[in-house]
Design a protein around this ligand. Structure first.
Ligand SMILES: Cc1cc2nc3c(=O)[nH]c(=O)nc-3n(C[C@H](O)[C@H](O)[C@H](O)COP(=O)(O)O)c2cc1C
Length: 193
């Protein structure tokens, strides 16, 4: 099959959609973000590509902390709204019932399946966005989304995001156990032509 070069740019989707939370002037603010991912196992670290002009980023930079709150797919409306409105114009501090952990300035949302409090390690500007790299200090999960203390992703039902046509999706079917599925695989020569 011939390969075709397509427009270069962000191409690796789906990504989970999350809300990034930070306190500003003592009040919580939340923004939607999709350019977020795990980047290290131990210590557990995340990296978020965020435009530093966002109100949330003022809080991230002044507290050197933020939260990541993972919604379910059925929370799509409020999640999208948090990405359509800015804390510069709309007070988002009362939209969610907030709880707090050990990291000051990292408000988390009650009733969201998973929330993590993160401590900022590095903020590096690249073009229009800034890459915020942070350590995950602790993770909080809604009890009904756990099986034997571990997150069950079918129960969480994360809200996935794809580009370039900005779209939300749900998790699809289970395929196979990782670090297992390839055990019997035998490499074949690629078919040329
Ligand atoms: C689905 C979705 C994903 C988004 N992902 C990001 C992102 O990864 N980085 C970013 O800087 N902004 C992202 N945004 C835009 C911000 O959420 C938006 O500008 C928001 O209004 C900022 O809020 P704030 O000013 O209160 O912080 C996204 C918006 C939506 C709807």
């Amino acid at each position: 099959m011939p390969m075709q070069r397509i427009e270069p740019g962000p191409f690796l989707f789906p990504m989970p959609t999350v809300l990034v939370g930070a306190d500003i002037d003592g009040k919580p603010n939340f923004m939607t973000a999709a350019f977020v991912g795990i980047v290290n196992y131990k210590p557990s670290m995340v990296a978020c590509g965020l435009n530093p002009s966002h109100r949330t980023c003022e809080g991230i930079e002044s507290n050197r902390a933020f939260s990541l709150c993972v919604p379910s797919a059925d929370m799509v409306e409020v999640v999208d709204w948090c990405g359509l409105t800015s804390g510069k114009k709309v007070d988002k501090s009362e939209v969610f019932k907030v709880f707090r952990g050990e990291v000051a300035g990292a408000p988390m949302i009650e009733d969201f399946p998973l929330c993590a409090e993160c401590r900022l390690m590095q903020a590096t500007p690249y073009g229009v966005d800034t890459l915020y790299v942070a350590e995950i200090v602790s993770v909080h999960a809604r009890a009904d989304c756990l099986d034997n203390g571990r997150p069950n992703w079918l129960k969480i039902s994360p809200l996935l995001f794809t580009f370039p046509e900005p779209s939300y999706w749900k998790l699809g079917d289970y395929v196979a156990k990782a670090w297992h599925a390839g055990r019997e695989y035998e490499p074949k020569k690629p078919i040329s032509g």
